[in-house]
Design a protein around this ligand. Structure first.
Ligand code: SAM
Ligand code: SF4
Length: 329
């Protein structure tokens, strides 16, 4: 299994399928986009499936989440899902997406074996969506969400990041809409992972701010107190349930002690943490014909070096060189 020096065991693998994206969320990327990875540097579909097979059969991974960049831009996505679904033991599989194009692919993804999706949507207002993402695609996301629900990729979770001066006042409206549409809403605190290094602790909307804003309209009761486990989201029942809302407070209430993740970038680097400044190159070994056991050994070695925490609370914190879109959020 994948274990570190603090006794944490990774069972949840995040796989980035591409660093490219069709939106330009202000908290993630600059307007002009980024210098994308070159095609030969990207893992091929076969290489991705092989590494996931090793993770599942040799390293105890039981949950795989595909992300990016925008994972729906990866042409081989449906076939990758299908091949991972055929592994023994079969891992649970989910996808984090901005929802653009999901309307067309939700059924094929479900048929291929995908279990769930998380769709990112920060606002109910098309003009604010355009300001936040620099694209006029609000409607596509809403249609993608509805298609995911109709295809049974449930519970459909919605990820929202609140930004000062843009959608900071929208928390209660987003929750009312999510309850009405049977989506499970989770707010994510803005993290210092944007390519432009524009994050400021003073400016960010904290979990405390979000909960205070939600409580102006809803009664929130903590769900399963003390049972957060490795789940990053703290969850509350909305007006007594059954609907819930989550808050992922990576900055103000970090959950590093219970972290159960390992990450694979689209160019085949293992990262033990979003905020890690070091990576372990699996692609080089993969392309020099290393056997499965050798790749598993390298991955275990990377896990053994996992740091205790993100370091966000440390005044000497340094933002990693890779932005969120390239690591795989
Ligand atoms: N493109 C897909 C999407 O947006 O869902 C998948 C990749 S995206 C990097 C994954 C998640 O990270 C999204 O929910 C997005 O809102 C979130 N995210 C991106 N940059 C962030 C930041 N600086 N702080 C917090 N969350 C961020
Ligand atoms: Fe693209 Fe997702 Fe980053 Fe937005 S958050 S720019 S949708 S990768």
């Amino acid at each position: 299994m994948l274990i570190d020096t603090f006794g944490r065991v990774a069972t949840d693998l995040r796989v980035s399928l591409t660093d490219r994206c069709n939106l330009r969320c202000t908290y993630c990327m600059p307007e002009e986009g980024l210098q994308w990875l070159a095609k030969p540097d990207l893992l091929t579909d076969d290489e991705i499936v092989r590494l996931i097979r090793i993770a599942v059969t040799h390293l105890g991974i039981d949950e795989v989440r595909f992300t990016g960049g925008e994972p729906l831009l990866r042409p081989g996505l449906v076939s990758i899902v299908e091949r991972v679904a055929a592994l023994e033991p079969r891992p649970r599989m989910s996808l984090t997406t901005n929802g653009i194009g999901l309307e067309r692919t939700a059924t094929a993804l479900r048929d291929a074996g995908l279990d769930r999706v998380n769709v990112s949507l920060d606002t109910l207002r098309p003009d604010v969506f355009q300001a936040l993402t620099r694209r006029k695609r609000h409607d596509d996301v809403l249609r993608g969400l509805a298609a995911a629900r109709a295809a049974g990729l449930t519970p459909v979770k919605v990820n929202s990041v609140l930004m000062p001066g843009l959608n900071a006042d929208e928390a209660p409206d987003l929750l009312a809409w999510a309850v009405e549409n049977d989506y499970e809403l989770r707010f994510i605190e803005q993290m210092p992972l944007d390519a432009q290094h524009g994050w400021k602790r003073e400016g960010m909307i904290t979990a405390g701010d979000i909960l205070a804003s939600l409580r102006t309209r809803f009664e929130l009761t903590p769900e399963g107190e003390g049972e957060r486990g490795s789940a990053p989201a703290e969850r509350w029942l909305v007006d007594g349930g059954p609907h819930r809302v989550g808050v992922i407070a990576s900055v103000t209430r970090p959950f590093c002690r219970a972290c159960d993740r390992t990450r694979l970038t689209a160019d085949g680097q293992v990262r033990t943490c979003l905020f890690a400044t070091e990576e372990t190159d699996l692609r080089a070994a993969l392309r020099s014909d290393a056997p499965d056991e050798e790749l598993a050994r390298i991955w275990k070695g990377a896990m053994w070096g996992k740091k205790a925490g993100s370091g966000l609370d440390d005044p000497s914190f340094l933002q990693p060189d890779r932005p969120m879109s390239s690591i795989g959020g």
